[in-house]
Design a protein around this ligand. Structure first.
Ligand SMILES: Cc1cc2nc3c(=O)[nH]c(=O)nc-3n(C[C@H](O)[C@H](O)[C@H](O)COP(=O)(O)OP(=O)(O)OC[C@H]3O[C@@H](n4cnc5c(N)ncnc54)[C@H](O)[C@@H]3O)c2cc1C
Length: 434
């Protein structure tokens, strides 16, 4: 018998638990909250309204994950194509903006088009950061008017401070013909990199991982407070000490490292250089339906705190009472670049006012619920300090036989399916040692 610990009951912890259970190995799961789900948690209010911890929908291409998610909701999920748009200088523009510039100022569009044409013929571009990448891909005018504005709001820093190793298919690079067509016509094709979405009909996004309850009993409200790599002991809530042979951690890298006893100075120094965003989520439930034509909406204008708006009642009809709608607003901060100086609740009246200006709420709307909270880990900031320091920290954990995986343990941009698979695959590696 071997004593195997799983730290964290989010998607990655679930993936690890599923693999260990399938292999018939005993494992213990420890979770600091009194619920499972981590960032995939869903919160129910008055038994009527469900808001996730930030907007979540499944678009996994993995057959394995699709099967697991579908089984966990007994195939009872809602499937939809998403409509997405952007608020820019007082008007709504279809997403992505680069191929939907119809109706904007002709001088601006001429400048954008001229630069986009020039971009196509420039060779040997020296790309040192995300700003260079944006200039080279779209030209200076489009880059500065659109993605660089959004970057300041979403990543909380300048594009110049960021690398490009997180981009993948996230930003659409159109052909010139698509740009021209989108300037001339409002009727463009949908090209969002994600197509079909799934969302549980009941219980919010977390229902996709309800199978965690069939793995091992979760030890709730057990926060890892210290871990000793030499003695192989983990201490929870400063009291219970557990001896382990193997451990899988899905804890945010910074939290795990801060809990390691006798951690070398070089490692502590590296962890202090990492940047990540935290997200204030402001939620409203309204007695009116619909309140939005789009499933989610990006707000570029920097005089609005609101960064992304999503509409939980459009993801899953079970998220709102009949005849009602809900909206969730994300606002981003980071200790390194844009510290949060107010409480989440302070944003409720501010965001309500913004939603009225954006034309989503009306002054006489009956607001049936309003809630705000902070998600302390949201997006990893891919600044120039990230790679070198993350490599060092991961190397240190591996040398000390600590297995890890998931969005904040890997310190990357993983979606929920990727986090689940990281846990599952890392558990497989541990099984090879048992
Ligand atoms: C705003 C936002 C929107 C997103 N939208 C989508 C989407 O649409 N689709 C999608 O697929 N993915 C989405 N994601 C990504 C998805 O949320 C993550 O990939 C996934 O939830 C990460 O799971 P995890 O287990 O790696 O980490 P977490 O969910 O953070 O799990 C870690 C767990 O560890 C626990 N923990 C932390 N510290 C301790 C401690 N000291 N002791 C014990 N337990 C501890 C936490 O409470 C948590 O339960 C989104 C993420 C964000 C931020």
């Amino acid at each position: 018998m071997s004593n195997t610990l799983i730290l964290g009951a989010g998607m990655a912890g679930y993936g690890a638990a599923k693999k260990f259970k399938e292999a018939g190995v005993d494992a213990q799961v420890f979770e600091k909250e009194n619920y499972y789900g981590g960032h995939c948690a869903s919160f129910s209010f008055d038994n009527k309204w469900i808001f996730d911890d930030g907007p979540h929908i499944s678009f996994t291409k993995s057959d394995n994950v699709r099967k697991v998610f579908a089984e966990n909701v007994a195939d009872d999920y809602y499937e939809f194509e998403a409509t997405v748009d952007n608020y820019w200088k007082g008007q709504w523009i279809k997403h992505p903006a680069q191929i939907n510039l119809h109706g904007l100022n002709p001088e601006l569009n001429t400048q954008i088009l001229t630069e986009m044409i020039a971009c196509k013929y420039e060779e040997n571009k020296d790309i040192r950061n995300y700003r260079d990448w944006l200039y080279a891909s779209y030209g200076k005018t489009f880059a500065e008017n659109f993605p660089m504005k959004y970057t300041r709001k979403f990543h909380t820093t300048e594009a110049e401070n960021m690398s490009t190793d997180w981009l993948g298919p996230r930003l659409y690079k159109p052909d010139l013909s698509e740009v021209i067509y989108g300037m001339l016509s409002p009727a463009t094709q949908d090209v969002h990199y994600i197509k079909g979405f799934r969302y549980p009909n009941n219980g919010g996004y977390v229902s996709f991982m309800s199978g965690i309850e069939k793995t091992y009993p979760v030890n709730y409200q057990q926060e890892l407070t210290a871990i000793n790599l030499k003695d192989k002991t983990a201490t929870f809530n400063n009291q219970t000490k557990v001896q382990f042979d193997h451990v899988f951690s899905s804890l945010p890298l910074v939290d795990l490292i801060h809990r390691i006893e006798n951690c070398p100075a070089e490692i502590k120094n590296a962890v202090n250089k990492l940047a990540w965003t935290k997200c204030v989520l402001v939620n409203f439930g309204v007695k009116r339906n619909p309140i939005s034509p789009a499933h989610w909406r990006y707000v570029y204008d920097e005089d609005f705190y609101s960064t992304r708006l999503s509409f939980p009642g459009m993801f899953g009809p079970g998220n709102v009472p009949p005849g009602c709608s809900s909206v969730q607003v994300e606002i981003y901060f980071s200790d390194k670049y844009k510290p949060l100086t107010r409480s989440p609740e302070d944003f409720i009246p501010i965001i309500k006012d913004e939603l009225i200006k954006l034309g989503i709420l009306r002054i006489n709307d009956e607001i049936l619920i309003e809630k705000a909270w902070l998600s302390p880990f949201a997006q990893i900031v891919f600044d120039h300090d990230r790679k070198e320091n993350v490599d060092l920290l991961h190397g240190f954990l591996m040398e000390n036989d600590i297995h890890f995986g998931g969005r904040f343990a890997d310190w990357n941009y993983a979606w929920s399916d990727e986090s689940y698979l990281r846990g599952y695959n890392e558990a497989e590696k541990i099984l090879g040692k048992i």
